[in-house]
Design a protein around this ligand. Sequence first.
Ligand code: RSS
Ligand code: ZN
Ligand code: CA
Ligand code: ZN
Length: 404
Amino acid sequence: MQIFFRLNVTGSLDSETLDVMKSPRCGVPDVEDYSNIQSTRWNKNQLSYNIGHYTRDLPRSTVDSLIDSAFSVWSRVSSLKFFRSHSPNADIMIEFVTYAHGDLYPFDGPGRTLAHAFGPGPGVGGDTHFDDAEHWTEGPNGFNLQIVAAHEIGHALGLRHSGHPDSLMYPNYRRSRPTNLLSREDIANINTLYSPLQFPIYLNPWWLPRLIQDKCAPDMSFDAVSTVGEATFFFRGQYLWIKHNTQLDIKEGPISNFMPKIETSIDAAFWVPRRNTAYLIHESMFWTVKGSTVRGKPRALSHFGFPVWVQEVDAAVHIVKTGRTLFFMHDIYWSYNEKRRMMDFGYPKYIYEDFPGLNTTETINAAFHKEGFIYFFIGAEVYQYDFTQKHTVGVEKANSWLGC
Ligand code: RSS
Ligand code: ZN
Ligand code: CA
Ligand code: ZN
């Protein structure tokens, strides 16, 4: 236990260890150990909350704004959204109460336990109670309501305790925390639990305004586009936009925010659903992204069986139906058999021979496959190509895919 909490490992019950041992294990049933392996989660990304009984320590409007900022702590770094409701059936019911208050976990008067929250679920699930025997404050004296509320909301969202004192989910109150309150671990944990893509988002892109790109610029083009799980990834320079198939909002930020190992641009990308794997190509190297993580070190493009003179590709697309991955370079392309893991015989071939009707005077920047069509990104345009009928079905602005 001392090792877990990074205390001095004495093996005896010194006062520091006793303080930690005295902490109730949060007082709610789903926290039986000090592991932050997450349990249940809400099956939706928009949650309502209702503030029922207030404390008299602070004006109501102050409580409202501190609770609101505690929710923002989590919504800023995740796909979650919170809205206040006055319904008694709100997902997260917030209450200031003392001693016995109707659940099995009576509070203990001033000090000791400050609050508790029930993990996600119907009824009492998500409900968050603050011990009103404490002195709640906005600042560092007494117990800071925003800090405690943000910790409890973490539980209400399904997070467990962390052994790292820098994490908001550490089981003991700490009056000084960074302004964003969260550690990298907290951010990684909430995103493991709720990211639709299962990609950890280590940094919020909005903290890096200098890198923001205008996706709706009139001549917008992309370096690489690929389906990845339930989303489509659009790469340009060191920047990435992620459009989820069913969620309306588009995530964006430097590529390294989503995949910390990748600090270059991406020339081509493709997704092999059967292996739940995306391949991201930069010059003569490629990364493998499986499920949530970039696997190991980048590997050489020659792995696919290219001749040595091929040191980069313009675009790549995997066609599930044929089990082939097509690699485009200038006016030629290769076909790779993913099942046999080897290049098909007779390649490279000219693009215009097999893709009639496609404007191939310019290089193909990016390509991806969706619902039976290949979408070729050429300059600022995207061509919807019917692979079986061998003709272009439509042309649009490349960034129309990002809602421009
Ligand atoms: C939670 O995990 O949701 C509850 C947690 C909390 O209340 N932790 C206690 C705490 O830090 N209390 C501070 C005041 C007492 C200090 C004495 C030692 N001690 C919410 C927090 C993290 C925001 C844990 C605790 C610390 C404790 C205790 C509990 C002595 C009982 C007795
Ligand atoms: Zn806790
Ligand atoms: Ca108490
Ligand atoms: Zn309670």
